[in-house]
Ligand binder design. Structure first.
Ligand SMILES: Cc1cc2nc3c(=O)[nH]c(=O)nc-3n(C[C@H](O)[C@H](O)[C@H](O)COP(=O)(O)OP(=O)(O)OC[C@H]3O[C@@H](n4cnc5c(N)ncnc54)[C@H](O)[C@@H]3O)c2cc1C
Length: 375
């Protein structure tokens, strides 16, 4: 009899693997519900490729409804806004409550616009990705090609997006004057990447005519463009923000311990340090004492250990620790059929074969979650 209710909140990169695994190998005594505020969840690895025109919108999204049906998981369409930890109930925006035995949070993060005046009114934020895609659609459908586009944030996501926008505008209006595209990169571009990758990133930006502004910190965004912290005006028709991000603000009301960026603190078992019945994974979580940047690759890697520990909770067995590798393979598409890859402190390679490799990795990942016939 299925009496242990696992409630998964958010259809992020980790939870889609839980659905798939419990679909393939149902856990006796467990039933699962996925709570999600959207039915189509984007895969960020393919986002720049979609913006550049390499992938359709369907190709870069996982159909959570189809996947849940195929895996025998109940789907609850709604937005979580709180947790009643005493009664073990998830609180939903529509006033509903959902009782759980085990809860898992895979909610992602959104750019923290609070440090830039006017950003909430005038900027396009890269997350949530659905909002970004709607606003980019309007930009691409405009009668005239925008003259100036400013990307705020020089991390890998900002760089890939700027390069993808260059490709898209070249394809949309090959005869028209191309927009000035610039990145306001804070102190330096892609500081988290190794020196060889950074050098290749700077060369790709120059080759693709994307202006790098660094050091450059944006203090204000308005209808005319942006203003940096020295008071310099940067006129722009569109300002896209891809800067430091925060976990959803409602998590502060749950009483779960949080890191400075609002991420929920967990042990290396992925269970929160506050409440053993609640797990947190992906960008919205941080393993205590383990400072690492936010990247989808970590959310993907947490799939197998989360699956193992959810099964152990159901069986009332002790949880196992997850030893996260610090290094990971980073691959950046340059939008011109090539890509830069690197790992650790020294490895940095580039070429069309790297792009084909990334394309194969991303398509293989997505193929695992295609909606098929119900089990
Ligand atoms: C342009 C861009 C390119 C990137 N490229 C890469 C890359 O190539 N490689 C890489 O490793 N990382 C990349 N990243 C980073 C990557 O996007 C994140 O690290 C990754 O998405 C985090 O995955 P996640 O599973 O934690 O959350 P997400 O993928 O953000 O999923 C969270 C889900 O939870 C849902 N949700 C949120 N709140 C609620 C709620 N209250 N109730 C119900 N549902 C909710 C959301 O709708 C969403 O479906 C990129 C980011 C950007 C912006």
């Amino acid at each position: 009899m299925a009496d242990h209710h696992i409630v998964l909140v958010g259809g992020g990169h980790t939870h889609v693997q839980v659905l798939r695994d419990f679909g393939d190998r149902p856990e006796p005594g467990a039933r699962l519900t996925l709570v999600t505020d959207r039915v189509m969840t984007p895969y960020s690895g393919m986002l720049p490729g979609h913006v550049a025109g390499a992938y359709s919108r369907a190709e870069m999204h996982i159909d959570l409804e189809g996947l849940a049906r195929r895996c025998g998981v109940a789907l609850c369409r709604g937005s979580a806004v709180g947790i009643d930890r005493t009664r073990r109930e998830l609180l939903l925006a529509d006033g509903g409550r959902l009782a759980y035995d085990t809860l898992s949070l895979n909610l992602g993060i959104t750019p923290d616009l609070s440090g830039i005046a006017g950003a909430d009114r005038f900027a396009i934020a890269v997350k949530p990705i659905s909002g970004l895609l709607d606003q980019l659609d309007r930009l691409f459908a405009g009668e005239a090609v925008p003259r100036r586009i400013l990307m705020v944030g020089g991390g890998p996501a900002g760089v890939e997006m700027a390069l993808a926008l260059r490709t898209r505008f070249q394809a949309l209006a090959p005869q028209a004057a191309q927009p000035w595209i610039a990145i306001a990169a804070g102190d330096a571009v892609t500081p988290s990447l190794n020196p060889g990758m950074q050098q290749r990133v700077r060369a790709a930006l120059a080759r693709r005519d994307v202006t790098l502004l660094a050091p450059c910190r944006i203090a204000e965004i308005n209808a005319e463009g942006a203003l940096d912290t020295t008071g310099q005006r940067i006129p722009a028709d569109a300002v896209i923000v891809s800067t430091a991000a925060r976990a959803p603000t409602w998590l502060a009301t749950t009483g779960l311990r949080q890191a400075a960026d609002g991420s929920v603190l967990t042990a290396d078992t992925l269970a929160t340090t506050t409440d053993g019945a609640i797990f947190a994974v992906g960008d919205c979580a941080a393993i205590e004492g383990d400072r690492r940047e936010k990247a989808g690759v970590f959310a993907v890697r947490q799939g197998p250990p989360l699956i193992a520990n959810l099964r152990r909770r159901v069986r009332a067995e002790p949880l196992v620790s997850y030893r996260a590798q610090r290094d990971y393979l980073a691959i950046l598409a340059t939008g011109d059929g090539s890509a830069i890859a690197g790992r650790g402190r020294w490895l940095a390679v580039e070429g069309r074969w790297v792009w084909r490799w990334k394309d194969w990795l991303d398509r293989s990942f997505m193929a695992r979650f295609a909606a098929g016939p119900p089990r």
